[in-house]
Write a protein that binds this ligand. Structure first.
Ligand SMILES: [Mn+2]
Length: 276
């Protein structure tokens, strides 16, 4: 087995452990093959809303947790930034669990000096919904909407919190969803600017990307429900998007090619033996 590929930092979000949609096996493979000095868990790591409706926790979901704890034991710094589906973790801000620290948001300084705000992103749902009129009002209204957003989430949860699936929504209303993604990216980039940093790394909308948005670096980690993506920082501070589903697919195809290559090399080796 190959040595795991080491990065300076890994960013993972929207794993949704505790739901049938969670691609735990894919994530276990990914964690087996990747290591980092620092790992950010950028929210919705487990799905408290779903678990409250009915307990679903197969062995593979345990294995994901064990793999992460093991990385922490071996010296990785792990920072847990809660999201809306695991917002129960927001009551533990500043706490440590088996070497994992819980923070509401963080500023990550990359090796090249670029500073990123790391946040899940649900805090801005209402800002995104009302982006148009919020652009015309003052700072106090923006702050008020952020505050309301927190309460809206709490009320939603009290009512049993309808499970919000972006993919389902995408299929229903493609055009509006595209607009929503655009507005989300703009809002989060705006928040990074307010925080006085160069970029933002977030999750929440299950749509992985690395782009420039009005002079701000916008990075989304994607998810482990559909896309199986992660963001990794190299030792030089470069941010790369790892599409693990695509890599796994290519490998499955590659295995057939490899078998052919092995046959060929055996033939070559055979002819060499004959010649010798
Ligand atoms: Mn979320």
């Amino acid at each position: 087995m190959n040595e795991p590929r080491r990065f300076r930092t890994l960013f993972l979000s929207d794993i949704h452990l505790g739901t049938r949609g969670c691609q735990a096996e894919m994530l276990i493979d990914f964690l087996r093959e990747h290591d980092a000095d620092r790992i950010y868990l950028v929210g919705d790591i487990f799905d408290g809303w779903r678990l409250k409706k009915g307990w679903y926790w197969p062995q593979s979901h345990n294995d994901v947790v064990q793999k992460l704890l093991r990385k922490a034991r071996k010296g990785a710094e792990i920072i847990y930034i809660p999201g809306n589906h695991d917002e129960v973790m927001r009551t533990y801000l500043g706490s440590h669990f088996g070497g994992i620290e819980v923070r509401d948001r963080d500023v990550h300084e990359a090796a090249d000096g670029t500073r990123y705000l790391v946040i899940h992103g649900d805090q801005f749902d209402m800002v995104v919904m009302h982006a148009k009129w919020l652009a015309h009002v003052g700072d106090w209204a923006y702050t008020l909407v952020l505050w309301l957003n927190g309460w809206m989430n709490r009320i939603k949860r009290l009512w049993g919190g309808q499970y919000w699936s972006l993919s389902k929504w995408l299929k229903l209303k493609v055009k509006q969803a595209v607009n929503f993604i655009g507005a989300f990216e703009e809002t989060l980039a705006g928040e990074a600017r307010r925080a006085g940093v160069d970029g933002v790394i977030c999750g929440h909308i299950h749509h992985a990307t690395i782009k420039q948005e009005n002079g701000i670096r916008y990075i989304n980690t994607g998810d482990w429900v559909e896309s199986c993506t992660a963001i990794a920082e190299t030792d030089e501070g470069e941010m790369v998007l790892i599409d693990w589903a695509a890599i796994s697919r290519a490998r499955r195809k590659g295995r057939i090619v490899d078998l052919g290559a092995a046959k060929k090399s055996r033939k070559t080796a055979g002819s060499k033996t004959q010649a010798a």
